[in-house]
Design a protein around this ligand. Structure first.
Ligand code: GDP
Length: 614
């Protein structure tokens, strides 16, 4: 019944979002669901083809960045599974994808319990009053502690303000890995994964909507396809939709335009298949409307009525991207010309609605997004694809409303072991954070909620990680634009800068390490004007780190043995973006992240400063 005909038509439907912390077993569980459902349909599944797998970037960061759709069929019911991004920087996207769902599976590791990262998504699911089924996964783990995990989950629901009815959640125990589930936490009584399906059919309501009414479909996600062009994915609220039919596109401004659908697709497993027809309640993908974007409605031509628009969050942070102009330019990247970079940035706009790109007269681009993390992820993806470029320090996007300068504020959520809560309070106090809530639990974890200006928060992530010895968890989401509370805390130390182009030597580095904190070790190619460390004093210092030892008989401290050399503080992309000042840049290539002065030459820098240019 698959493939081409009109599969899924007239089938019962359930739309379920899946909320899980990375590594709690989402991929494995969805794969088990898919396998079992396919077994019933006598279809072979390629065992190497794990679906919904997180990509490398997501895994490293412990968050899901891209939402995906999948679908399985069970007992004549099509279950659409909607993946949710797991980070508050993507809050807008979470909210949008949740509008497609009528309920959620909250997947929790039987040892670790619910993680703070899933809290934001859960909060939004609760705000939408979605029914939530808790799946305690990995119960085969010898160190599983089911009671603890359930207690923690209930606490979390109550803390997030769940109603009594929703906090009385149905529970399914599972071992996704063994493909088994049950209503009791006893693996030996389980035979297959069916209890997960049964719980979905029982507890998650069928989508409302009337197939007999005029068509209304709301777009929630975009993707692009080299053959089909722009693809929009969304849920049909009313009516039926047919491949090749004419539809009315109602855009954000309420303007209507008639288009013919080029293709209509639905999800089968993780893949998309072309179909002829689909009806209210289902989630489908369409192509043929080139300028469609998220939040807009597709409606019937005869009776076009828009659904409530979905908001797209405004960008709050901006960076300038440019062609790499460092002395090492062009050596490490595959794509490095202005045309290549510009094309790639504009391509990103096709699927990322929260991103903005603006051409500057200088040949550079202002790229704006939802936060430092959002932009850092865009940069990281380009870099991994082989692009080379340079970016400036992130800046907040301010607005003037009725003559008053307004700046964005964030809602900041932190969880830290109690021992470090003093340092957190102090640092955020200095950054003028306003404490909204603070509570400690019996395990010695303190959670904080602050409201803080986005610009006052710049650079805090890395301090926070250091201050909490890597044990703290930090999440933030856009709060509001409000009056600017004045000047911002700036980096109070200058940079250590390579004085000449060459290869760093242990001798040279050891000789200057007392001047501050070094970012690089020996045997690195550096260029004149490259930032290689942070000075312990407010001004910049140009130092010779490529110096080789004079031949002499004298031995001294710092003569070039590793035992005297402090381990350098190697800066990753986000560290570098947080660190650099307005007169510095981050040089991004597939092989290296370097920081540099905008003006590499000291004399020229001084001259420009004197003339008030730099
Ligand atoms: P995701 O990041 O949430 O998609 O998680 P994955 O499905 O990739 O699983 C993360 C890790 O947990 C992998 O090493 C899996 O083998 C392991 N895992 C997944 N499900 C189970 C389970 O039911 N029991 C045990 N013991 N391990 C599991």
């Amino acid at each position: 019944m698959y493939g081409g005909e009109t599969p899924f038509f007239n089938m019962n439907i359930r739309n379920v979002a899946i909320i899980a912390h990375v590594d709690h077993g989402k991929t494995t569980l969805v794969d088990a669901l898919l396998r079992q459902s396919k077994t019933k349909l006598d279809k072979e599944v390629d065992s190497a083809d794990l679906i919904m797998d997180s990509n490398e970037l997501e895994r490293e960061r412990g968050i899901t960045i891209f939402s995906k759709n999948a679908s399985v069929v069970w007992n004549e019911t099509k279950i659409n599974i909607i993946d949710t991004p797991g980070h508050a920087d993507f809050g807008g996207e979470v909210e949008r994808v949740l509008t497609m769902a009528d309920g959620c599976l909250l997947l929790v590791d039987a040892k670790e319990g619910p993680m703070p990262q899933t809290r934001f998504v859960l909060r939004q699911a609760l705000a939408k009053k979605l029914r939530i089924i808790v799946v305690v996964n990995k119960i085969d783990r010898p160190d599983a502690r089911i009671h603890y995990v359930l207690d923690k989950t209930l606490d979390l629901f109550l803390e997030l303000g769940a109603s009594d009815e929703i906090a009385d959640f149905p529970i399914v125990y599972a071992s996704g890995k063994e493909g088994k589930a049950g209503l009791e936490p006893d693996l030996s009584t389980m035979t297959d994964i069916a209890p997960v399906f049964d719980a979905i059919l029982e507890h998650i309501p069928a989508p409302s909507g009337d197939a007999a009414k005029p068509l209304q479909m709301l777009m929630t996600t975009l993707s692009s396809d080299s053959f089909k062009g722009r693809i929009a994915i969304g849920r049909i609220y009313n009516g039926t939709i047919k491949a090749g039919q004419d539809v009315m596109h109602i855009n954000r401004d309420g303007e209507m335009k008639r288009h013919r659908l080029v293709s209509l697709m639905t999800f089968e497993g993780l893949g998309r298949v072309d179909i002829k027809e689909a009806q209210a309640g289902d989630i489908v993908a369409i192509s043929g409307i080139p300028d469609i974007t998220i939040g807009e409605t597709i409606a019937s031509v005869e009776n076009p009525i828009a659904l409530p628009l979905l908001a797209i969050e405004e960008p709050t942070v901006m960076m300038t991207f440019g062609v790499n102009t460092s002395p090492f330019a062009g050596q490490e990247g595959e794509y490095k010309t202005s045309r290549q970079i510009r094309e790639r940035l504009y391509k990103e706009l096709e699927t990322d609605v929260a991103l903005r790109v603006e051409d500057l007269p200088t040949g550079e681009w202002n790229v704006s997004g939802r936060g430092e993390l959002h932009l850092a992820i865009v940069i990281e993806r380009l870099r991994r694809e082989g692009y080379e470029f340079q970016v400036s320090r992130p800046q907040v996007i301010e607005k003037v409303v009725d003559g008053v300068k307004m700046t964005p504020y964030e809602q900041l959520f932190l969880e830290v072991p109690q021992d470090y809560s003093g340092a957190v309070m102090q640092k955020l106090g200095e950054r003028r954070g306003e404490l909204k809530d603070m509570r400690s639990d019996e395990n010695g974890i303190t959670s904080f909620e602050f409201i803080i200006a986005t610009k006052d928060l710049f650079g805090y992530r890395s301090e926070f990680i250091t201050d909490t010895k890597g044990l703290g968890i930090m999440n933030m989401s856009f709060y509001e634009y409000a009056k600017d509370s004045g000047s911002t805390l700036r980096r109070d130390r200058g940079s250590l800068i390579a004085f000449e182009t060459g290869v760093t030597t242990l001798y040279g580095l050891t000789g200057v390490q007392d001047r501050g904190d070094l970012f690089i070790g020996p045997q690195y190619q550096v260029y004149k004007g490259q930032v290689i460390g942070q000075h312990s004093r407010p001004e910049d210092l140009r130092i010779n780190v490529c110096k080789t030892k004079q031949l002499s008989n004298m031995r001294s401290k710092g003569d070039g043995s590793m035992e005297h050399f402090n381990v350098p503080h190697v800066m990753g992309l986000e560290d570098a973006l947080e660190y650099i000042g307005d007169d510095e840049l981050v040089e991004v290539t597939p092989k290296n992240i370097r920081m540099r002065k905008k003006i590499l030459d000291e004399l020229e820098e001084r001259r420009k400063k004197a003339q008030g240019i730099a």
